[in-house]
Design a protein around this ligand. Sequence first.
Ligand code: SF4
Length: 294
Amino acid sequence: MKLYAPTYYKRFQCIADRCEHSCCIGWEIDIDEETLQKYQALQGGYGSVIKESISMDDTPHFQLCAGERCPHLDERGLCKIILGLGEDYLCDICREHPRFYNFTKVAEVGLGMSCPEAARLILSSPDFAQTEEVGEVTDVTDDVPFDGCAARADLYAILENNDYASALDTIYHVYSIDAGEDEHWLEILNSLEYLDADHKELFLRYSSMRRPESGETDEYQKRFLAYLIYRHCTEAIHDEDFCTRLSFCLFCERLLASLICTQGARSLQEVAALASMISEEIEYSEENTWALMG
Ligand code: SF4
């Protein structure tokens, strides 16, 4: 089956030691079965270091060091597994990050916004609605009951053919999305698990009334919403599920708008950092995502 991606996908490159927020800090890295076998077959050298760093409690994973750093991250921010053994020795999670996949009638890959470099790329790319072939995947079925790509294309058409404020009004109206009371969302935000307590404090200042002046950061907000739709709505299994996911995406959009105001963010760099924060705290936790999807 052919694999498609947004056209900006091919322009992504990890900036490794220049990254202000390494994905090798703060997250436990689970090791897939195939890579685990590869590590267990290593003899001596850096292979011994790798084997000693693995915990077999629950899912096999690397035991994090002080500051929740991956044990294979060197002081320059480079990966010692790549340096010592090559990229072929990365486990699936490390090799794939920050990519995610949608398997529907079409197979698609995207870049997750928790990566600040991906966030900057996505928010600076106007071509969010266009995809192109980037490879092939096997062992996936296109036997799915709902055409999420077609439903997504309808939303993208609204976003592309209207000014942003009108596009949002139309989407809320056409899809019968109720933005709900702020108290409801604040209660959920207060109950989530956070990687960083400062982020919780910021999120709890959420107000749907707080939105940037029209035009100031519209394009960034629009591309953020388009990204969320690509990531969360495409795999919907029926119309109602599509609207539930869309409601979640629109809440995240309102949260970004509120944060932009609270933080006085205007530049690409500033807005991308906030989008990345939302992605890291919400999208990358299934529990948090489900709590907000209701
Ligand atoms: S967060 Fe993104 S740019 Fe930074 S190290 Fe990870 S993949 Fe690379």
